[in-house]
Design a protein around this ligand. Structure first.
Ligand SMILES: [Zn+2]
Length: 449
C-alpha cells in the first residue's frame, strides 16, 4: 500500500505524565510491538501479535528485532553556533560568554560559515536521536536562514530565531530595538510555518537588551501570537544581580520579561535556577515553560534546578542540552545528569518520567503535543531506534535486567549517541548508525542493510 510502512521492535512511549510512579500505566510498552506509519504520520501502535495479521503483504515491514523504538527526543534549549566551543575551560556564565561565546558568534555574519555549522549541527542532533529542537542562532539573520535551511532539507520540526542584543555585547553582535523588530519580522514572514519550521523571538537575556528593545519584542510577540519566545532566565547569581541593577523597578528577573509581554504560551525560559515562589506562580499563570539544562548548570557552576517546585506550581518543563554551555547533545546523557542534579536535592527522576521530559513533556512545554511527543494516532512519525547492545559495558549491564523500567534506566545512565541505531523523521530514515545519512534509499527495508 503506497505510503504505509510498519516497524517491528520493542516500543515504549508515554501517554501522560508518569510523575513519580515507576510502574505507571501512563506509559505503553510492547515487548514485541508494531508501529504503523501512513504518509508520515502514526496510524497505529500495538502488540505484534494483534497487528501483524492486519498488515498486508505489500506493506513494507522493517524488523528491528532486539531494539527499542521510542518517540524522537526533543531538545528544548540549545545554541547551534556554539557547537565548536563546547567544553571550553574554566569560566562561569558572564565570563564564559565574553571569552568563548561572543567571539565564535561573530563568525556567523558569513552565510557559508553558518551553513556549514548548521548542517553539521542538524546531523549531530539526528545522530543523537533528537528530532526536534528549540535553537538559538546568532544576531545575524543569515544565521537563522542557515539553520532553517538545514532543518528544511532534512524535514525536521525545528524552531529558531535571530538573537536580539542591543547592549552589553561586542559591537559586531549588536542590533537595536528597530533592527531587532524589522529583521525578526522579516524572518517570521520568510520562515514561520514553512513545512515543519517555526519561529522563536529570541532576546538573549535581559542583560543584553534595553527596555526599548524588550518593548519592541513585546509588540512583535503580540502581533504574532503563534510564534515562540525563547530566552534565558535566572541562570547565574551574578547575572541576576546585573538584571536587578539594570531594571531597578523590577520585583524579580522574571518580572522584566513579564512587563514586556514576553511570558505567555509558547515562551520557553532556559535554566530558572534562582526563582522564588511568586515567580513560579506567575510563570504558571501566564503559561510560560522551563528548559531544565543539567549539564550546562553543572559545567558553568550555575546551580541546581528545583524540578519539584516547578511542577508543584504547575509549570510545563522540558529538558535542554544547552550546548555549548552544556557538554553533550545527547538527551540520554543530559537526562542522566538531570537524575544526579535531582538526587542531590533529594528529588527523584524515575526512568519513565525521564522519557516523558524528553518526549511528550517537552512537546507540551513547547505547545507542540498535538503534533509530536508520542505515538498517538495522527502524530508525526518521528522516532528513534535505540540499541542497548551498541557498547560493551551497556550491553553487559542490560543483559542482566528483565524489567523494562530497570533496563531503560540503565540505558539512560550509560547511553549516548552510540545507543542510537537509527532516527526517522515522518517515517523516513534520516540517520542509520554506521552509515552516512542519505545512504538508505527511501523504500528499502533497513533489515537488508
Ligand atoms: Zn543557553
Amino acid at each position: 500500500m503506497a505510503g504505509v510502512k510498519a516497524f517491528r521492535a520493542s516500543i515504549l512511549h508515554c501517554l501522560a505524565d508518569p510523575g513519580s510512579d515507576a510502574s505507571s500505566n501512563t506509559v505503553e510498552y510492547f515487548a514485541d510491538g508494531i508501529l504503523i506509519v501512513a504518509d508520515g504520520v502514526v496510524s497505529e501502535v500495538g502488540p505484534a501479535a494483534a497487528l501483524l495479521p492486519s498488515i498486508s503483504g505489500d506493506i513494507e515491514l522493517t524488523d528491528f528485532a532486539g531494539k527499542l523504538i521510542i518517540p524522537g527526543m526533543i531538545d528544548c534549549h540549545v545554541h547551534y553556533p556554539q557547537i565548536d566551543i563546547i567544553a571550553s575551560y574554566g569560566e562561569q556564565l558572564l565570563d564564559w560568554l565574553s571569552k568563548y561565546a561572543f567571539p565564535i558568534e561573530a563568525k556567523f555574519s558569513d552565510l557559508a560559515y553558518a551553513s556549514e555549522v548548521a548542517n553539521f549541527f542538524a546531523d549531530a542532533l539526528l545522530r543523537n536521536g533528537t528530532t526536534t529542537a528549540l535553537v538559538f542562532s546568532t544576531v545575524h539573520p543569515q544565521s537563522v536562514d542557515a539553520m532553517f535551511s538545514a532543518a528544511k532539507q532534512r524535514n525536521m520540526r525545528l524552531l529558531t530565531g535571530k538573537v536580539l542584543m542591543d547592549r552589553n555585547c561586542p559591537e559586531g553582535l549588536q542590533d537595536s530595538a528597530e533592527t531587532a523588530y524589522r529583521e525578526s519580522r522579516e524572518l517570521i514572514e520568510r520562515w514561520h510555518g514553512d513545512g515543519r519550521l517555526g519561529y522563536a523571538i529570541t532576546p538573549r537575556f535581559a542583560v543584553t537588551s534595553t527596555e526599548a528593545q524588550l518593548a519592541s519584542m513585546g509588540k512583535l510577540a503580540n502581533e504574532f501570537p503563534d510564534v515562540h519566545i525563547h530566552t534565558h532566565l535566572a541562570e547565574n547569581r551574578a547575572e541576576g544581580d546585573l538584571v536587578a541593577a539594570q531594571f531597578p523597578w523590577s520585583r524579580s528577573y522574571l518580572d522584566v520579561y513579564k512587563r514586556y509581554g514576553l511570558v505567555r504560551e509558547r515562551s520557553m525560559f532556559a535554566h530558572c535556577l534562582h526563582l522564588d515562589q511568586e515567580d513560579r506562580r506567575t510563570m504558571a499563570e501566564l503559561n510560560g515553560s522551563i528548559a531544565f539544562c543539567p549539564t550546562s548548570n553543572l559545567f558553568l557552576g550555575s546551580g541546581l534546578f528545583d524540578l519539584r517546585s516547578a511542577e508543584e506550581a504547575g509549570i510545563r518543563v522540558g529538558v535542554g542540552t544547552d550546548v555549548g554551555g552544556g557538554t553533550s547533545l545527547s538527551m540520554l546523557t543530559t537526562l542522566s545528569e538531570g537524575y544526579k542534579v535531582l538526587h542531590l536535592q533529594e528529588q527523584s527522576l524515575p526512568p519513565f518520567k525521564a522519557l516523558y521530559l524528553a518526549t511528550l513533556g517537552a512537546a507540551k512545554a513547547l505547545y507542540l503535543d498535538d503534533k509530536i511527543g508520542n505515538f498517538a494516532a495522527g502524530k508525526e512519525a518521528d522516532f528513534v531506534v535505540l540499541d542497548s547492545m551498541s557498547a560493551p559495558m551497556t550491553a553487559r549491564r542490560l543483559s542482566r535486567t528483565d524489567d523494562v523500567s530497570e533496563k531503560f534506566f540503565a540505558l539512560l545512565m550509560m547511553g549516548d549517541d552510540r545507543a542510537v541505531s537509527a532516527t526517522y523523521l515522518m517515517g523516513e530514515p534520516v540517520y542509520l548508525a554506521g552509515r552516512a545519512s542519505g545512504d538508505a534509499p527511501t523504500g528499502v527495508p533497513i533489515k537488508t542493510l
